[in-house]
Design a protein around this ligand. Structure first.
Ligand SMILES: Nc1ncnc2c1ncn2[C@@H]1O[C@H](COP(=O)(O)OP(=O)(O)O)[C@@H](O)[C@H]1O
Ligand SMILES: [Mg+2]
Length: 305
């Protein structure tokens, strides 16, 4: 993402804001629709968030991540670790060199290891996959407990990612039938939120955002963090088959409580709706059918259809 001139321009802006910033070239370690992450080579990383990407706004994502990391950064237990926030800022002038318009930047401690998405859990033995799943479950349990305490102490107000996700997806959907389904889902979720116990969740635990550090798992990308129901942190796992079951086991072993499947399927349905909103009819017709079939499956499992 960064050519030489753009790297230099960014360095001169950011070096005034964060001490000892190594000069580029910086190693690109991750790049998605919302920005890029660079390894600065000194045990820290630089995350650049764009103004425009998928659903929602880069400014909002950057703000949420900054607020969440200010309170939770450095959280660590035997099972989970969250990077520490070293410095952060927004861009007064969003147009720097050839980079897409930028919203903000974060400098974080680097978590050593690879994201789970870099290695397929299907290549591993059943036993190794189960063990990984149980570690993920324990890590989610620990995160939930400690993040909730910290967010309470810090008085963080960040709202629920599922309701927001449904709203953002709805605004992109073309078919009236899907609007009705989105409204049904939003109502059912609001009902659960009103009844349930809110905890502070990570909000976007996909396999890109979980780093295998050997013993612990690193949770990065806190742009969807907020007060929600514990089940929402499993929303990306439905598609991982037996790994999901091991995650549930690990979570139950650590908390003494299994996820509520009705709530879980509402969260997964919200995820499936987002995928439809982002990809619509794109790709092979069978891909679009698979996306809508998966959404219907989740709605049925959640008792809505
Ligand atoms: N603190 C960190 N330490 C190590 N790797 C990181 C760190 N933060 C991000 N990464 C890597 O960069 C990738 C993208 O970062 P992420 O915060 O998830 O950004 P995005 O919003 O683009 O998904 C992650 O999948 C992970 O591999
Ligand atoms: Mg990510």
């Amino acid at each position: 993402m960064l050519d030489t001139q753009t790297g230099k321009a960014l360095h001169s802006i950011l070096a005034a804001e964060t001490a000892d910033l190594p000069p580029p070239p910086w190693d690109l370690i991750g790049e998605g629709v919302w920005g890029s992450v660079h390894d600065l080579g000194d045990g820290t990383v630089l995350k650049l968030t764009r103004r425009h990407g998928g659903l929602g706004s880069g400014e909002a994502l950057h703000l949420r991540e900054t607020i969440a990391l200010s309170a939770l950064g450095g959280l660590a237990t035997d099972y989970v670790k969250v990077p520490r926030l070293i410095a952060h800022g927004t861009f007064g002038n969003a147009y720097i060199g050839s980079a897409p318009p930028l919203a903000g930047w974060l400098r974080l401690t680097r978590l050593a290891g690879k994201p789970l998405s870099a290695t397929s859990p299907y290549g591993a033995s059943g036993q190794a996959r189960d063990r990984l799943g149980e570690r993920i479950g324990a890590a989610i349990a620990d995160f939930s407990r400690h993040a909730t305490e910290r967010a309470q102490t810090a008085g963080i107000k960040l709202g629920d990612t599922i309701a927001r996700t449904i709203g953002l997806a709805r605004s992109r959907l073309g078919q009236p039938g899907l609007h009705d389904a989105a409204d049904q889902l939003a109502d059912a979720w609001a009902g659960q939120i009103a009844r349930g116990r809110l905890v502070f969740i990570h909000g976007d635990l996909n396999t890109d955002n979980i780093i295998d550090m050997g013993n612990r798992l690193g949770f990065v990308d806190l742009a969807e963090a907020g007060w929600s129901l514990a089940e929402a942190d499993f929303r990306h796992l439905e598609e991982t088959g037996t790994l999901r079951d091991a995650v549930f086991r690990g979570y139950a072993a650590r908390t003494g409580k299994s996820p509520d499947l009705d709530i879980y399927y509402l969260a997964v349905a919200a995820n499936a709706l987002t995928t439809i909103a982002l990809h619509g009819q794109a790709g092979h017709p069978r891909d679009a059918m698979r996306r809508s079939g998966f959404f219907r499956h989740c709605m049925e499992r959640a008792g809505l259809s």
